[in-house]
Ligand binder design. Structure first.
Ligand code: ZN
Length: 189
């Protein structure tokens, strides 16, 4: 998530909509299975940047909403090369959705900064576990250990996406269960 002054927002693209639809459905299905179906479902539109810089943002979210924008150039590239584009797009959608969920958690917190302090502590715990135990054999933990994820909020968003998919290892999965308990509904019967 970054502010991009050069980004042009695009509401609809038939080709992109068709490509993204199964991923958005997958993301909403995973959120529902996790008891988050009382929250607004994610809604996806697009953006393009004037300059396709290396490392440009691939997803954005509008603060306080479940509206997510994906970089059209990234989608076009993914369509050509990705082995599992459905999950890769769903992962980015879930990452951006996690920023929205964080907004919700912060709006409900009793003390200012409490949620961010919990996330920062969990992130620090993850980093120290990785140093001590060398979880590099675990593919999810390995992906969570990136430069991008040196920022606690971004780590939380990636971990949220794996949690939604049911692949985040403990103890972090249990942390998310607890962190999100207040916004989760009862599991579907
Ligand atoms: Zn982000």
């Amino acid at each position: 998530m970054r502010f991009l002054s050069s980004a042009q927002f695009i509401e609809r693209s038939q080709v992109a909509d068709e490509f993204v639809a199964p991923s958005a459905a997958l993301a909403n299905r995973l959120l529902g299975a996790r008891g988050l179906d009382r929250l607004p479902p994610c809604s996806v539109s697009y953006f393009v940047e004037e300059l396709h810089r290396p490392g440009a943002a691939i997803g954005l979210h509008t603060k306080g909403t479940a509206e997510i924008r994906l970089n059209l150039a990234w989608l076009a590239d993914l369509a050509q090369r990705a082995a599992d584009p459905e999950w890769e797009v769903a992962f980015v959608v879930l990452h951006e959705y996690a920023h929205f969920v964080l907004d919700l958690l912060e709006a409900r917190e009793t003390g200012a900064g409490a949620v961010r302090r919990r996330i920062a502590a969990e992130h620090a715990d993850f980093l120290s576990r990785m140093r001590r135990l060398g979880w590099l054999a675990d593919p999810v933990s390995r992906k969570l250990l990136s430069d991008h994820n040196s920022v606690a909020e971004e780590w939380y968003c990636d971990a949220f996406a794996y949690w939604a998919a049911g692949t985040l290892p403990d103890p972090h999965a249990a942390f998310f269960d607890e962190l999100l308990a207040g916004v989760r509904g009862l599991p579907a019967a």
